[in-house]
Design a protein around this ligand. Structure first.
Ligand code: COI
Length: 361
């Protein structure tokens, strides 16, 4: 895919950009440019264009607005100690984007094109990458069916875009979240779209998220659709449980059954935890086992992970059966250690043994 560079001729001033980066948040401000490319069934992918960030003109009958044929990714660029910028595992996101596209009957974007378009945009807008540890430039590639028409069929036209936004911590990193275990709603069922990163999964989660908030919780925990007993995910993030403590602890996460999203952060944590000397295990954990584990003290820490928030400690779970605090409710030492190690690798202050960082500038 050729990328035609036609950058914004009126980028933000240094003062404006500095102020927007300092505000941080998540998705509050967008950088000067974006990338856009179009695919048609007849001609395949056209050239990509890097151009000024701005609104799209969308026909009201565009298929995505009606039937939700859409996929997205989330990855980050981190500032490095020498002032450069690295992407974290962009090929892993490219591969998941390819799989999501297949599930949503959208065209596959070759991995090299995904990575090249992301790199081109981050290189162009590198001045927007925040400098502090824990802050980053969040990159949002996405694709949608852009055929105009109301027939329910795979779109014969697709639009791919990449936008970026400076991000500070998604949640307050020092604070543990409280989660609501939803038995009323499910996120994903076998054969559904749970393992694809598609907007509909998030749309379907919002009512349960509202219910969690009404219960005084920050996030919702999803159980399996059939038995409503096996723990799957938290909000848009994967979950981890620490069993035991110290050097003999086991870092456990629900296995990928086809209904869970295969998080890049999840995968990275499994490796980092092993590098740190912990046993790691992927398996099944029921809500009863969660309750019994935190009550007996066998489960010492619980945390969630994702690209946006990296690692978020879970201080307590609440369900119709009651509240189950994790330990003393504060972020645990292994959670903190894994978080600091991962952030250190991403920011280039800890050795990148697995070649995860891809330098872009
Ligand atoms: C992440 O944790 O990165 C997510 O997937 C949440 C995101 C959709 C904001």
């Amino acid at each position: 895919m050729k990328i035609n560079l036609n950058p914004n001729s009126h980028p933000a001033s240094d003062a404006d950009r500095t102020e927007k980066i300092a505000v941080g948040g998540f998705g509050k401000y967008y950088t000067d440019n974006m990338v856009i490319a179009e695919w048609t069934e007849a001609d395949g992918w056209g050239d990509a264009e890097l151009k000024a960030y701005g609104p799209l003109l969308i026909d009201p009958a565009t298929s995505v607005l009606h039937y939700g044929q859409e996929i997205f990714e989330g990855l980050k660029a981190y500032s490095q100690p020498d002032g450069g910028v690295s992407l974290f595992r962009p090929e892993a996101n490219a591969e998941r984007f390819r799989k999501s596209a297949t599930r949503l009957a959208l065209p596959e974007l070759p991995i090299a094109d995904f990575v090249a378009t992301v790199e081109a945009l981050v290189r162009q807008d590198r001045a927007w990458v925040p400098k502090n540890i824990g802050e980053s430039l969040y990159i949002r590639p996405f694709m949608f069916g852009s055929e105009v028409g109301l027939g329910v069929r795979p779109s014969n036209r697709a639009t791919y875009l990449v936008i970026t936004t400076p991000a500070s911590a998604y949640f307050n990193p020092g604070k543990a979240v409280t989660v609501w275990i939803s038995t009323e709603y499910v996120r994903a069922a076998p054969g559904g779209t749970g393992s694809a990163k598609t907007g509909g999964n998030y749309a379907g989660s919002l009512l349960a998220q509202k219910q969690a908030a009404a219960e005084g919780c920050d996030q919702v925990v999803w159980l399996d659709a059939i038995e409503r007993k096996w723990v799957e995910e938290m909000g848009g993030m994967n979950l981890f449980f620490v069993k035991g403590s110290g050097a003999s602890a086991t870092v456990f996460t629900p296995k990928l059954t086809g209904t869970l999203l295969a998080g890049v952060t999840r995968d990275s944590i499994l490796t980092v935890a092993q590098d740190l000397g912990y046993k790691v295990e992927e398996g099944a954990i029921s809500t009863d086992q969660w309750h019994a584990g935190v009550t007996s003290g066998e489960i010492t820490e619980v945390f969630a992970c994702g690209t946006a928030a990296v690692i978020t400690p879970v201080g307590a779970a609440k369900s119709a059966q009651g509240i189950w605090p994790t330990g003393d409710g504060n972020p645990g030492p292994i959670t903190n250690q894994i978080r600091e190690t991962l952030l250190g690798i991403q920011h280039g202050t800890i050795e990148d043994k697995h070649g995860w960082n891809k330098r872009v500038s």
